[in-house]
Design a protein around this ligand. Structure first.
Ligand SMILES: C[S@@+](CC[C@H](N)C(=O)[O-])C[C@H]1O[C@@H](n2cnc3c(N)ncnc32)[C@H](O)[C@@H]1O
Length: 236
């Protein structure tokens, strides 16, 4: 991603994502979320979250949150958590499965569910405005950027910039398939990510580990990576 220029809109609109949205809604309806939903808090979250150097009072955005338990962990750290999720089934399940009594409120095209210090906006991430959700000091992204089709990712990063405070850092978890004989790639920043962030964020790879898997017929090895993204001109 290059920086905004005269020839390029600074906030690109995502390509028509209706098909993709329908696919996610169907996936939740058919109870097929086990391919990505984790039954426990992600251990890399507690290991790397402090690298963002946040205060308890900082508000954290969790885009495309599903019913992730990571939101509970973030709330336990003292943060107010703001999730965004398309599927009402996922949002309802998040609160029900924790026995949290959530208050529901329709706001524009969204329904906001709120219990204690966690609120989840149910609707399309790309339709949300910073005026609606208020100040956001940091972002936790696990399988959000990478859940989107490549043609929507540029718009996703732009939207994150719209929704967050100037210096808000991002902790990003990805899974990357890497040629098994290309060890160098496993210790470097993914090219597409570098491209998406260029001019706006400096990207630091904090961690990379091989995900154990069965016999690999395609010479591809999956790596779980943790990145810290810092808005340019802001350093920790
Ligand atoms: C791969 S899952 C990851 C969920 C969560 N981050 C986790 O770690 O379990 C992607 C989630 O994004 C949601 N989603 C996809 N497109 C969306 C959009 N445009 N707006 C809001 N949520 C969306 C899907 O319904 C799904 O729950």
């Amino acid at each position: 991603m290059t920086g905004p220029s005269d020839s390029m809109p600074s906030h690109p609109v995502p390509p028509d994502s209706r098909y993709d949205n329908q696919r996610w809604l169907r996936l939740w309806r058919d109870q097929q979320q086990s391919s990505f939903h984790q039954l426990a808090v992600n251990p890399l979250l507690s290991r790397f979250w402090q690298k963002l150097g946040l205060k308890r009072s900082h508000r954290v955005l969790v885009p495309l949150c599903g019913k992730s338990l990571d939101m509970l962990w973030l709330a336990e750290q003292g943060h107010e958590v703001v999730g965004i999720e398309l599927s009402p089934i996922a949002v309802e399940a998040f609160f029900k499965e924790r026995d949290l009594q959530a208050k529901k409120q329709r706001i524009g095209n969204f329904v906001r569910w709120r219990a204690k210090t966690i609120s989840i906006w149910c609707g399309d991430f790309f339709a949300l405005s910073s005026k609606q959700i208020g100040r956001i000091d940091a972002v936790f992204d696990r399988a959000a950027l990478t859940a989107l089709p490549p043609e929507s990712r540029h718009a996703y990063v732009s939207k994150l910039m719209d929704l967050t405070e100037q210096g808000a850092p991002i902790l990003l978890f990805t899974i990357e398939d890497i040629e098994s004989d290309g060890g160098r790639e496993s210790r470097s920043v993914d090219r597409e990510l570098d491209d998406l962030c260029q001019g706006n964020y400096s990207v630091q790879l904090l961690h990379s580990e091989v995900i154990p898997q069965a016999e690999d017929q395609h010479r591809l090895v999956s790596h779980s990576k943790v990145y810290r993204l810092l808005r340019k001109s802001f350093t920790l």
